[in-house]
Ligand binder design. Sequence first.
Ligand code: GAR
Length: 205
Amino acid sequence: MNIAVFVSGRGSNLRAIIENENLKDLVKVVLVISDKIDCGAFKIAEEFKIETAVVGKNGISFSELIIILDNKKTGLIVLAGFLKLIPAEFVKHYEERIINIHPALLPSYGGKGMYGHHVHEAVFQSGDKFSGPTVHFVNSEYDRGAIIAQKYVDISEVKSADEIASLVLKAEHILLPEVVGLFAQDRIKIENGKVKIVGLEERQS
Ligand code: GAR
């Protein structure tokens, strides 16, 4: 399956997808898109000879991007640290084919302004004993689409928000490629607004 990855920063999740051995025969990253002209993730794309595009006020429009992505037969769009809201028209065009990784256990610690460091700071202040990434489908509201998967991280002993960030990031690099793989195998279904992973019930019983 051809996939496109949206990024705004460093791109460690992009790298986790590209380098994941289990994804090698399942997906191909055909385009890396950013709202920034220059970002760490573009350097990673360059390293792996993946095409890049800039969207938004510094680049092409989302309608132009739809044409490019459709031409590339893109089956899945992954938001990996993309910090701008995706316009409703774009979300509608790729309904149930856009996923996002968020660095906390949604529905807590989500919404506008809750990204990266802000999330971990709020979690640290709360005194919560667990945090962890969430992968969810994207709709036109920040962090509100159906939850696909989450990974619990024990933060009961941490001394800083930075420590939470690094523990959660490690879990992101496992969870996101896992979900991408499930999607590429057509094992993620939405029933009555809730996500079911095909084959998981059998494995657990
Ligand atoms: C990740 O921690 C991701 O969960 C977060 O941005 C970081 C990007 O890191 N996303 C959000 O906060 C979205 N609300 P990366 O560029 O190294 O993958």
